[in-house]
Design a protein around this ligand. Structure first.
Ligand code: MTE
Ligand code: HPA
Ligand code: MOS
Length: 738
């Protein structure tokens, strides 16, 4: 029997058909939004006459054409599908132009005249905060009594930490195709991580029940969080176009439009205060996060909660206060990005610890090691620390990297060279797994065993390159006792598995794999009972299935999974919001060219706790990819807006991504052995986001080298403003950064 070719092979061969590659349905119209040209203003008039005169196929839809609710916001209703009066960021959709070809649509857009009144623009989160431009109320988590504890500290340091945004740069830009079907229903082929979210948005905007909207999410050319919430608007606009015209409509953003119109990782600006005793044990930590939320609420509250949950990173901090402000600015709404607020929080904690190390004249790694969380400790949100493995990972990573020998070699190199300096840093990892919103922690599956013995598995999981299909294929094959090649993972569709959570929070396999497992086990149970009853002995799978079908046994099952044990009391900020934590440690070494400010990463040693690994190739790929993306955020990717809210880094020539040259260093990866995780499918652990944090070690490795250039690397003052671009490195080396 011909075995099914894993789709990843097809993907690597460049054979994946993304939505824009598919044959276009007859009568297709292309949609292109008319967007705001300034970051804040009020619309006075919109004149489409010149656009309409361009070609008979041109249509221009505005807010008045929306039959349902003109709203996309789920947490807060502050995001219209099409602006009716006030726009709040540059690149916000004001109208939708439809035309027979893409270039016609673009030409028509240029002919739409919008007049408006300009309003004041805020781009800085601290300024927004000072002016009371805050979304929801500030949120605070606390444990112990930091104020009292600071009085007992031998060392207290404080400072400001900034981290920049990050552009997703998924290979496939945002887009969707929509069609009217079956006399009134809408079918959307959507590039989304959240088919149900798109279904809900389309239904809401068109005034339809959800059962009139079917959303199909094929394999995505990457998403990284950028298509968790923000795919909805493009799908909903395409659906609006199809609904109004009755013709199929496709919207696909080109790269520049995608860069300028869509949201990215949240920039943060933070203030911290950290207190330690004379031995270097952390006694107290206070932090205020000013999250640049952008113009609409989007996922900012959930992202801020993940920041607050990760305020202490991997450390035991008995007295802690962490407060977060969602600051409303006139920039495109910032959104989910791998790590979902955790990297921002962890960077502040690490910066504080490095500052304390400077004040004490000790190596940061000594403070890191002294303060690691252990089993039996309590997180500041009241959850007991279970099966803590950070310390184990740190010990192994330091040993594996030959930390002491390396340190001596680096110090020797730095003594003998003036033009180049080397540095090294470690990053311990502790990352909570589960959606921070309790309700979202559920998954569904529908499994069919066809009567020839082949298997089709449907789940709510969207494949975006992360390998969730491969993992679920293995889970199903194991549960049914069939070769993997007999199992096909179907594309994700709302009519097959309903009410799904987005494939996000690294939980794709945890939730959907468990649901698939439940469905497979149900079918396996029926088959095994039938085997007994029918006296089939050890008849092969195909015979068993064929006979069972003959005997009218149901060969399909629905599976469902809801993560057990989760609870959270939002008013007390106490509970168990995570099913478990992922642990690990990175050691990264770097070398700086002191004359130019340029640098390279020399090596990465990673010890990562992935539980019982389901597929080593997938997990290795996720770890290496996340590390690359983390290094990009920490060092290179310089997202810039000017004071008028215009994106300056709006091409891939001005927005520097880690490239093959930058990433050409050895990654020595050890999966922590003997570490089964009882709280996820096949005792595995979620993999997608946690290793992104390792990139933070890259920041401190480069900083360590820069400090060596100033003389005493242990006492030279560092700076904590990420990304640490070569320009900033040069500013530091030349004293522009004091
Ligand atoms: N890997 C690839 N190749 N492409 C992606 O878009 N997204 C990341 C991560 N790894 C992503 C990826 C993000 S942000 C998340 S939350 C997870 O994959 C989602 O998939 P999972 O839950 O199945 O791990
Ligand atoms: N991660 C990703 N997406 C989410 C989360 C989360 O924790 N909570 C709500 N949406
Ligand atoms: Mo990932 S940021 O949770 O899509």
């Amino acid at each position: 029997m011909k075995s099914w070719n894993p789709e990843s092979v097809q993907n690597v061969l460049g054979r994946t058909k993304y939505i824009d590659d598919l044959p276009e349905p007859a009568g297709l119209l292309h949609g292109q939004p008319v967007v705001s040209k300034s970051a804040h203003g009020r619309m006075l008039s919109l004149d489409a006459s010149a656009a309409l005169a361009l070609h008979p196929s041109v249509r221009v839809l505005t807010a008045r054409d929306i039959p349902g609710e003109n709203e996309l916001g789920t947490a807060v209703p502050d995001e219209p599908l099409l602006v009716a009066d006030e726009w709040t960021y540059r690149g916000q959709s004001l109208a939708l132009v439809l035309a027979e070809t893409r270039s016609l649509a673009r030409r028509a857009v240029a002919l739409v005249k919008v007049e408006g009144e300009e309003l004041p623009v805020i781009t800085d989160p601290r300024e927004a905060h000072a002016k009371g431009m805050i979304i929801l109320s500030p949120r605070t988590m606390r444990m112990g009594d930091p104020e009292a504890a600071f009085k007992r500290c031998a060392v207290v340091v404080s400072g400001r930490v900034d981290s920049g945004g990050q552009e997703h740069v998924y290979l496939e830009t945002q887009g969707a195709t929509a069609q009217v079907r079956d006399g009134g229903g809408i079918f959307v082929l959507s590039g989304t991580q959240s088919p149900t979210g798109v279904q809900e948005a389309v239904a809401r905007n068109l005034g339809l029940p959800m059962n009139a909207v079917e959303v199909d999410a094929p394999r995505l050319g990457g998403a990284f969080g950028g298509k968790e919430d923000q795919a909805a608007s493009w799908s909903a606009l395409a659906a609006l176009g199809a609904f109004v015209t009755g013709r199929p409509v496709k919207i696909y953003l080109n790269r520049k439009d995608d860069l300028t119109f869509t949201g990215k990782r949240h920039p943060y600006s933070s203030d911290y205060k950290l207190g330690l005793d004379a031995e270097g044990r952390i006694l107290a930590f206070e932090v205020d996060y000013y999250q640049n939320s952008g113009a609409c609420t989007d996922l900012s509250p959930a992202i801020l909660s993940r920041t607050l949950f990760h305020a202490a990173s991997a450390y035991r901090i008995p007295n802690l206060r962490a407060t977060g402000y969602m600051c409303r600015t006139n920039l495109p709404p910032f959104t989910a990005f791998r790590g979902f607020g955790a990297p921002q929080g962890i960077f502040v904690m690490e910066a504080a610890l490095h500052k304390a190390a400077e004040a004490m004249g000790v190596d940061p790694v000594d403070l890191q090691r002294k303060n690691l969380l252990r089993t039996g400790d309590t997180f500041h949100y009241g959850m007991p620390v279970a099966e803590a493995r950070t310390e184990l990972c740190v010990d192994r990573a330091l040993a594996r990297s030959g930390w002491d020998r390396r340190r001596a070699e680096i110090d020797e190199f730095n003594r003998s060279r003036r033009d180049r300096k080397r540095g090294m840093a470690a990053l311990p990892l502790c990352f909570g797994i589960s959606f921070t919103k309790l309700m979202m922690n559920q998954g569904g599956a529908l499994v069919h065993v066809y009567r020839d013995g082949s298997v089709g598995v449907h789940t709510g999981a969207v494949e975006m390159g992360q390998g969730v299909n491969r993992k679920i294929q293995k889970v199903a094959a194991l549960a049914l006792g069939v070769p993997e090649s007999r199992v096909r993972i179907e594309r994700t569709r709302t009519a097959t598995v309903a009410n799904t959570s987005p494939t996000a929070a690294s939980t794709g396999t945890d939730l959907n794999g468990m649901a698939a497992l439940a469905a497979c086990e149900e079918i396996a149970k029926r088959l095994s009972a039938f085997r007994q009853d029918a006296g089939l002995g050890d008849a092969p799978w195909e015979t068993l299935v064929a006979k069972a079908h003959e005997a009218r046994i149901d060969l399909s099952a629905h599976g469902f999974y809801a993560t057990p044990g989760l609870f959270y009391d939002g008013s007390a900020e106490r509970g168990s919001p995570f099913a478990y934590h992922v642990y690990g440690c990175a050691v990264i070494t770097a070398e700086v060219d002191v004359v130019r400010g340029t640098y390279r990463i020399d090596s990465a040693t990673l010890v990562h706790d992935a539980g019982n690994v389901i597929d080593e190739v997938v997990d290795r790929g996720q770890i290496e990819g996340a590390l690359a993306q983390g290094l990009g955020w920490a060092l290179l990717e310089d997202l810039r807006y000017d004071r008028t809210g215009k994106l300056l880094s709006d091409t891939l020539s001005t927005y520097k991504l880690p490239d093959a040259h930058f990433l050409d260093f050895p990654v020595d990866l050890e999966f922590l052995g003997n570490a089964p995780n009882p709280r996820a499918v096949l005792k595995s652990k979620a993999i997608g986001e946690p290793p992104l944090m390792y990139g933070i070690a890259g920041y401190f490795a480069v900083l360590d080298a820069l400090k060596a250039a100033r003389g005493d690397r242990l006492r030279a003052p560092g700076f904590h403003d990420l990304p640490l671009t070569p320009e900033k490195a040069l500013d530091y080396l030349t004293g522009v950064i004091p």
